[in-house]
Design a protein around this ligand. Sequence first.
Ligand SMILES: Cc1cc2nc3c(=O)[nH]c(=O)nc-3n(C[C@H](O)[C@H](O)[C@H](O)COP(=O)(O)OP(=O)(O)OC[C@H]3O[C@@H](n4cnc5c(N)ncnc54)[C@H](O)[C@@H]3O)c2cc1C
Length: 690
Amino acid sequence: MKSLFIIKYINLIIFAIIANIPKTVTDASSSVNLISLYNSNDKITVLTSQNFSSIVNQSGTAWLIEFYASWCGHCQSYANTYREIALDTWTWKKIVRVGALNCYAGKNEAVCRQYDIRGYPTLRLIPPGTSSDNTSKGIDIPAMNANAVEKGLIKELDKMHKKYKLWPYFTPVNRITFEELYSRIPPTVKVLLVIAEKRDDFTGRHIMLDFSQYREQIAICRTTTDGKLWHKFNINLADVPALFVIFRNGTAQRINIERNNNSNIDTGNLFNNAIRSFIHRTNFIDDFNDHDLEEVILRKNALKNAEKKQKVTENKTKTDEIGDNSTVYRKVNMVDLELALSYMFREEVPQMKDIQGKAYDALVQWLSVLTKYFPGRAPVMAYFQQLLLNVNKKPLGFSGSQFRDMVDMKISNAYLPNDHVQYQHCAGSAPQYRGYPCALWLLFHTLTVSQYQVGSQQINVTEVPLAIKNYIKYFFGCKQCRDNFMKETINISQLDSQNKHQAIIYLWKVHNNVNKRLQGQISEDPKHPKVQFPNRYLCTTCKSINNSQNNDDYDISKTIDFLLDYYSRKNIDISLISNKSRRVEELSSEQERLVSTAEYKAVKLQRVAYKNENLQHVEYRSEKLQHEEYKSEKLQNTKHKEEISQQVESTNSLMRILQHSSLYVLIASIIILVLFRRRFCKVKTNRYII
Ligand SMILES: Cc1cc2nc3c(=O)[nH]c(=O)nc-3n(C[C@H](O)[C@H](O)[C@H](O)COP(=O)(O)OP(=O)(O)OC[C@H]3O[C@@H](n4cnc5c(N)ncnc54)[C@H](O)[C@@H]3O)c2cc1C
C-alpha cells in the first residue's frame, strides 16, 4: 500500500513537470511541412509524398525534378537558378514539366529514398510514364547554371525523343531533299521552319521545344552540314545557325537574326524573338498567342531585379554583433544536438542506398566517436552503444532502409529521442535558415572539446576530426558543402599529435573560414550574420582586433580557454530536454496502470536508467522517501523485536522463578510431609499404647 502511494506521488510530480513544458517546444514536423523554397509564381510544381505519384508517375510528359533539402545552404543559393530554368522551359511544358521536392519536409524523405537521392540538390529527369515501382530512377542532370542544365536536358530529351510520337523530331533531316520536305509534315501545318546549324549546336532543338505547343501549325526541323538540305541553302559555316522559312509553293526565305553584342541574350532567345515577330508580321497563324512567352519574360526580369536588390542588401556592411542580450547564444543546447543526431541517423544516413565498404567504416568510426565522447544522457549513450553493437554484427554492411530499421530499435532504457522540437540555439529567423547544419557544427565542436576533456594525457588528436570528415564525405546531404569541406580539410591528418588542443583549434579555424566564405550568400540568415567566432560579446579578450575577419587576429590561448568552456558539458543547456522527454510521459502513464509488484519492479529498474537525467531529483526524492520509509520500518521492527524480546525475557525469568520456586515447594512439601507423617505416627503409636 505504501509503495503504491509513493508511485502516485511520483506521478503527480511528473505530470506537473510535463504540464509546464514551455510553449516554444512544438511539433516541428508540422512546421517542416511548411518549408518550400518555391511557390506557384515560380512555374515550379511543388511536389510532396502525397501528390508525387498522381502528378509524376504515369504522367504524359517527362519531369525535371529538383530533390533538395530546405536546410541546405547550397540549395537555397541554387533556388534562383532553378527558377530561371523553370521559366526558360515553361513553354516546353507539353514535353517536360518542372517540379521540386523538399526531402526535409513531412514524409517526403521516403520519396527521396525511393529515388536514391544521395545529395542535395539533385536534378533528375523522369521520362513520361515512369511508374513508382519502375526500377529506373530517372537520369541525373548536373545542377549547374541554367544554360548548362537546359543543354543537359535537351541532350537527354534528344536521346529518348523517338519513343514519343508527339515530341519534336530532333534528328537532323539530312537524307531528304528540299522538295520532299512538305510531304513529310501534316497538312495542318502552316509554316515550316528549317534551322541550319552544326551537329552539336543546341539552338535548333531549343527552338523546337520553345514552339512545341504549336506543333499542329508550326513544324520545325534542323539540318546539319552533312545533309542534302544544307547544300540547297548554300550557306557557309560562318553564317550558322541560320533560320529559313519554307513555303508550300516550294520557295524559301532566310529570316534575318539581329545579332547584337549583348552577351546576356543567348542565340536561342534571338531566334525565338525572330520567329515570333515573323509570325505576328505575316499572320500565318490566326490564333497565335504568345502570352506564355510574355509572362515568362516579365517574370525573368522580376527575378533578375530581385537578385540585384538582394545583392545590394547583402553588400551593406555586416556588423560583428549578434547582440549582447541574446543569451541563447551563450549556451549550447542539448535539444539542438539531439535533433541533429536524430535527423542524421533517421534521415541522412538511411538516404544511402547501400552502406558498405568505406561508407560502413565511416559509420562505425562515427558511432565509436559518439559512444566515447558525446556528452549525452544515459539512455542516449546506451542507444549509441547498442547501435554500434548491432552495426558491428554486420561487417558486410546493409542497405539504407535496413539501417533505418536498426535505428528504430525498441529498447526501454536506450533511446534517441525523436520528439519533434524546434531548434533552440540554431533557430533561424525563417524556416530555411540555420537548423540542421548549424546544430551539426555545434555537435562537431562539442565532440572535439569533449575528447580533450575526457581523454587521458595521450589523446589521438586526429580521431574526432577524421570521424567528422568521413561522416561529411559519405553521408552529409549538401553536395557542394561536402566538396568544399573536403578541400578545406585536406591537411587534416597532419595535425600535431603532441598538442592536445589541435583538434579544437583546427575545427574552429575551418569553421571560421567557412563563415568567411559564406558571408553575404543567400543562405545567410539576415538576423544572424556570418561573423568570425567568437565575437566580442561572447569573448571580450579573444580578439585583438575588433571586427576582424581573420583567424590570425585571435589570441589563441584565450580562444582555447573560451572554446573549452563554451563547448563543455556544463555549458550545455538541458532544461528543455528534461521537461519534455516523451519517455517520461510514457513511463508515468504506465506507472498508473501498474499494480503488481513484478511490474513495479520493472518500472523501478527503468527509473534507475534515468538516474542521470533531470528526473534525478524526482527519483532522488522517491528513493529518499523509500529509504526513510525503510528506515522507519526498520526502527519499528527493532522496537517491536525489543518489546517481544523483553516479554520473552520476562517470561523466561518468570519461568525460571517458577522453576526454582517449584523446587522449593517440592522440598518444602516433602519436609512438611515428613514432619506430618512423623507426628501422625506418634499419635497412632500412643493410641496403641493406651
Ligand atoms: C561541415 C559543413 C560544411 C558546410 N559547408 C557549406 C557550404 O559550403 N556552403 C553553404 O552554403 N553552407 C555550408 N554549410 C552550412 C553553413 O556552414 C552553416 O551551418 C549554415 O549556413 C547555418 O549557419 P549559422 O548562421 O546557423 O551558423 P553556423 O556557421 O552553422 O554555426 C553554428 C554555431 O556555431 C558557433 N560557431 C560559429 N563559428 C564557429 C567557429 N569558428 N568555431 C566554433 N564555433 C563556431 C556559433 O555558436 C554558431 O551559432 C556547411 C555546414 C557544415 C556542417
